[in-house]
Design a protein around this ligand. Structure first.
Ligand code: FMN
Length: 349
């Protein structure tokens, strides 16, 4: 029924790419022309404007209960298209405990794009969350291969059914089942979008194991890495997609957990201590704080946090050239140890 299908995807570590491949194979098998477009390599969506019916799909990873900013900005650029259906599939961080598959959580990941496409006149026919292995290895070790394969096998079947429905123009809104939970975490999505992601950008370090191959710099989807003193440096542009850390051939990229714990303890306490001190000095009680003083306090805290995260990261980055700092950082990072696996999405499936 469709004259053409356009699949736009963004994938940090390969899960969303695999889902895109599964869907495109099914579409090709149905003899429908399909165009697969990698969002990180495409500036602006270009879709043939004619009267024939088209299907547009967005397949993206979930970051902080939202679509990654790169995808969001891309979606805003979509033109109005005549006679077009739309579906969204977001890969989330799934886990498996014993025999039980645990789903991730989408938050705004489906809601925002659907709203934008619907407002642009698209007919929304599919909303599908895809629970594939979590790649967030700053937070937890990469899953074992056996678990990864088992999660993958289960999802591949589900996606086959979903794409079959899409090809036939049928509706499928599986994502709506978790809507109450998704709505509940919306404040966290906003927190992540406006603050959290910038903090996370400053949590990657290349240690002395770095061979300056610059693979991380070349592969970064948003060109967020600079090379300073022959080592990668993460700027605030970083989307924490985890590609650099998972693909580093020398396992030289770490999340410095020990250092971060120390910095974040200071970070979250410093503004309160300062405020307390200022109030004491002027003989005021913290209980008598007015609403505008409260706003000023939180703005001050956010500004201070940003400055502190940037300054301590830069300082540590510079100090890493001293061997004992490098060793200290490495040994206080969980990611250094063998049990903290990297995540590799299965290929060619
Ligand atoms: C920074 C970051 C934030 C994430 N946030 C979420 C989230 O909010 N909800 C979720 O279910 N999974 C989350 N994940 C897990 C990924 O969405 C999941 O592993 C996805 O399958 C990765 O797809 P990709 O391999 O195509 O990048 C997050 C991962 C990272 C690295």
């Amino acid at each position: 029924m469709y004259s053409k299908v356009y699949l736009y995807y963004f994938s940090g570590t390969g899960n969303a790419k695999n889902v895109t491949d599964w869907i495109s194979i099914n579409i090709k098998n149905a003899n429908i022309p399909v165009e697969v477009i990698n969002i990180e390599k495409c500036r602006k969506p270009e879709i043939e404007q004619n009267d024939s019916k088209k299907l547009i799909g967005i397949i993206s990873a979930t970051h902080g209960f939202n679509v990654p900013p790169l995808v969001l900005y891309f979606i805003f650029k979509f033109p109005r298209v005549k006679n077009a259906d739309f579906f969204m599939a977001n890969t989330r961080g799934g886990l498996k405990l014993y025999k039980f598959f645990l789903p991730g959580l989408s938050g705004l990941t489906q809601i925002l794009p659907v709203l934008v496409f619907w407002l642009k006149g698209f007919n929304v026919i599919g909303l599908q969350p895809v629970d594939l292995p979590s790649n967030w290895i700053s937070l937890h070790p990469g899953l074992r291969k056996k678990v990864v394969d088992s999660i993958y096998n289960r999802m591949q079947i589900k996606i086959k059914h979903f794409s079959q429905k899409m090809i036939n123009g049928k509706r499928s809104y599986i994502a709506l089942y978790s809507l109450p939970f998704d709505v509940a975490v919306i404040p966290i999505s906003f927190g992540y979008f406006f603050l959290g992601r910038f903090m996370l950008a400053k949590t990657f370090l290349a240690t002395s194991k770095c061979t300056s191959c610059n693979l991380c710099v070349k592969q970064c989807p948003v060109q967020a890495l600079k090379v300073i003193d022959e080592r990668p440096y993460w700027t605030y542009n970083c989307e924490s997609c985890m590609r650099c850390m998972n693909n580093c051939p020398s396992r030289a990229i770490e999340t410095p957990h020990g250092f971060l714990t120390l910095v974040w303890i200071v970070l979250f306490n410093l503004p309160s201590i300062l405020l307390f001190w200022i109030f004491e000095k002027y003989g005021r009680s913290l209980l008598s704080i007015t609403w505008y003083e409260e706003i000023a306090y939180y703005s001050f805290q956010i500004a201070l946090n940003f400055f502190f995260a940037w300054a301590t990261y830069l300082l540590l980055y510079k100090l890493m050239r001293f061997k004992f700092v490098d060793v200290l950082v490495r040994y206080s990072s969980f990611t250094k140890y063998k049990f903290w696996r990297r995540y590799k999405a299965p290929k060619n499936i």
